[in-house]
Design a protein around this ligand. Structure first.
Ligand code: PMP
Length: 387
């Protein structure tokens, strides 16, 4: 479309050329690929905060989450209504410094201070690598990491983390344990139409979202939780009060403005953010699949076509990460193998599986992605030369 062409030009003028032998870091899911879109939006999202504003700790003392800015509430509601990816009615909103803080607030809120043993925290493999690290970091007496949910046998209470679409592999997921004493946290960071078909409004007890993956503004550190149970929402708010006495108002106001721009863009065809994002991701996946198909060293997951209610058509998932599996015995430690080709990725071992798997971010700048594809293609030709 015209818009994509305009954006490509913007992008070409923006980026300094990467030296062709640079190390490319695709270990983190750092969402820089939306930069040209936001550049194109110009001053639409510029936020001016005067010296006299945002001084108070408090945002709205009538709200259960007293440090939540009313403008952000309004834009979160509006966007969920528009995209229909989550049921917002009957849920309290709690804002956090990224969904990472909210995850910790949720662990605190779902555990019991009186229980003799820490509550077990599990997630089905392959699970998002930070969960384990964050859960065990402070050696809490309230909760502890207990690994793969598929292997969970105990009759003790547990917390199961369900990431859908999943990081690292992009699949839609449901809870895997069929127990009674379980509490669920649904991490829906990637449940947006540029990554996956929106098939139903999610309506779980505790859902986590973040602007990091929705709009790409990871640096603003704003996430939100939708929480059914009032006591859980209160405890999460208490955790954040004791942890950081609230969440940056400056960031909340900026996030509100960005979310507003996204919702506004959905009313028109020309610069619809999700349409743009889906196009970009689709193109990248198509190119990646073609290179991977040709080099024969790896395989990629396949995703089903599903009807996306947002776009009103059948669409395919274009996940934020590529989850590669080595097809070769000799490159079993795939992370080291790619590091030798100056591509930094994250090995399967961080996600509870083995080193034949690895995760590559699909969200970096275009020129970095181009270099990735170039190197992946060269690997195959070298392989052939060596017989
Ligand atoms: N959940 C998942 C599944 C993620 O992939 C990420 C980011 N990599 C996060 C949460 C963290 O997001 P935030 O920046 O909001 O802390």
């Amino acid at each position: 479309s015209l818009f994509s062409v305009a954006l490509q030009e913007k992008q070409n003028s923006m980026t300094k050329k990467l030296p062709s032998d640079s190390v490319i870091n695709l270990d983190h899911g750092d969402p820089k690929m939306f930069e040209p879109y936001w550049q194109k939006m110009g001053d639409k999202c510029t936020v001016v905060i005067s010296g006299w504003q945002s001084l108070s700790y408090f945002s709205d003392i009538t709200n259960l989450c007293w440090f939540l800015e009313p403008e952000l509430v309004e834009e979160i509601r509006r966007l969920h209504h528009l995209v229909a990816n989550a049921e917002i009615e009957g849920h309290y909103i709690v804002v956090g410094t990224g969904s990472t803080q909210l995850f910790q607030a949720a662990l605190y809120a779902l555990s019991s201070p009186d229980s003799a043993e820490p509550i077990n925290v599990v997630s089905a493999v392959p699970y998002y690598s930070s969960y384990q690290a964050v859960t065990d970091f402070l050696r809490s007496g309230l909760y502890r990491w207990a690994g793969d949910a598929y292997k969970y046998k105990g009759d003790q209470p547990y917390i199961e983390l369900v990431t859908s679409p999943n990081n690292p592999d992009g699949f839609i997921r449901e809870a895997v344990i069929n127990g009674s004493g379980g509490k669920l946290i649904h991490d829906l960071a990637y449940y947006w139409p540029h990554y996956t078909p929106i098939t139903t409004p999610a309506d779980h007890d505790l859902m986590l979202f973040t602007v990091s993956k929705c709009t790409g503004h990871a640096g603003s550190r704003i996430g939100w939780a939708l929480v059914k149970d009032k006591e859980v929402a209160k405890k999460m708010t208490k955790f954040i009060e004791l942890n950081t006495i609230g969440v940056s108002k400056d960031s909340q106001l900026r996030a509100a403005k960005i979310l507003k721009a996204v919702s506004d863009s959905c009313r028109q065809d020309y610069d619809n953010f999700f349409d743009y994002g889906r196009g970009l991701m689709a193109k990248r996946w198509e190119r990646l699949r073609s290179v991977i198909g040709r080099n024969g060293l790896f395989s990629l997951p396949e995703y089903p076509m599903e009807f996306c209610n947002f776009f009103g058509e059948l669409t395919e998932a274009h996940p934020a990460f590529a989850w590669l599996k080595s097809e070769e015995e000799e490159s079993k430690d795939t992370e080291s193998f790619l590091r030798a080709h100056k591509i930094l990725t994250r090995s399967g071992k961080h996600f509870g599986v083995d080193t034949t798997y690895l995760r590559i971010s699909m969200l970096d700048r275009e020129e970095t992605f181009d270099l990735l594809l170039q190197r992946l293609s060269n690997m195959s030709s070298k392989g052939r030369e060596n017989g």
